[in-house]
Design a protein around this ligand. Structure first.
Ligand code: ATR
Length: 271
């Protein structure tokens, strides 16, 4: 692609964000579809998010992915917000149109589609969600729409109780006794980011019939034990790609198959 005055600009806004994998696969899609646009990463100081977004509503800006720690604050800078994003309470995708910012959430779609690939129909499936932070809400939203039986555990019980009310989940106060009962276990906490993090529960209790989903991008100790136990596993890398392809569709009205982009990213990362 030749950069010109017509080149559009997209990107991911976060802090920190230089490690983001989104530019890698978003630019791949732009190249493949021969779209005259670039996707960059914008590391915006925490007190300058609103200012940055305000000055990014003119040509050549077309849209952004919004990531930590701005997803909740992004609700406040949008002229219009999709009902999914409102219900989740977070915006991860914005589109710039006629100087206005439109807000969407594609995280829940990324999670739903990548989980359904492995589980199929989620209706009445018993799903345990670990964690009640920002990432948990898109997961809970997707599961509630799919009719799963949702159980929610969080280190700080009050936060789990608050989200449980909103997404019709049952809170769990302790883990080890019941982890074997679930069809699916989803880790939305940051535990596992570091190899020496103490485990959330005794991972040896995982059974081969279970599906274990970790929102962290790589093979965490939880996923490693789950694989050894013969369980099916999904990592957050898939959710990242799938939400990104959905964002791309919002910006351009078309995209490339999610599976193809996921394969590309795995090859690029030698994952
Ligand atoms: P994110 O937006 O990525 O979800 P967050 O909002 O800071 O980040 O949430 C982090 C989640 O990880 C929370 O559920 C947090 O539990 P608390 O609500 O009790 O803080 C969870 N978490 C972080 N460290 C943890 C640990 N060592 N053990 C258990 N849960 C942990």
């Amino acid at each position: 692609m030749k950069v010109s005055t017509q080149t559009k600009l997209l990107g991911v806004v976060g802090n920190p964000v230089r490690h983001s994998l989104s530019p890698l696969f978003q630019n791949y899609m732009l190249r493949k579809l021969k779209i005259n646009a670039l996707y960059l990463s914008f590391e915006v100081p925490k007190d300058s998010f609103e200012l940055f977004m305000k000055v990014s509503t003119f040509h050549p800006y077309l849209g952004f992915n919004i990531t930590l720690p701005f997803k909740e604050r992004a609700l406040g800078i949008c002229s219009k917000i999709s009902s999914d994003a409102k219900k989740i309470g977070a915006v991860n995708t914005v589109k710039v149109e006629d100087g206005k910012i439109l807000g969407f959430n594609t995280d829940w779609l990324g999670f739903r589609d990548s989980l359904k690939e492995v589980v199929g129909d989620l209706k009445n499936k018993w799903v345990l969600v670990l964690g009640a932070g920002g990432a948990s809400r898109a997961v809970l939203y997707a599961l509630s729409l799919e009719g799963a039986k949702i159980y929610l555990w969080n280190r700080t019980l009050e936060k789990a109780q608050e989200l449980a009310k909103r997404f019709r989940a049952t809170t769990l106060e302790s883990l080890d006794k019941s982890v074997g009962d679930f069809d699916v276990i989803v880790n939305t906490t940051s535990v596992g980011l570091r190899e020496d993090d103490p485990p959330l529960f005794n991972y040896e209790l995982i059974r081969s019939e279970q599906v274990i989903y970790d929102l962290i991008y790589y093979q965490t100790p939880l996923l490693k034990v789950a694989r050894r136990k013969g369980a099916k596993t999904v990592s957050g890398l898939k959710m990242l790609v799938y939400q990104g392809v959905e964002s791309f569709k919002i910006w351009f009205g078309k995209g490339i198959s999610k599976e193809k982009i996921y394969r590309y990213l795995r090859r690029a990362l030698k994952y």
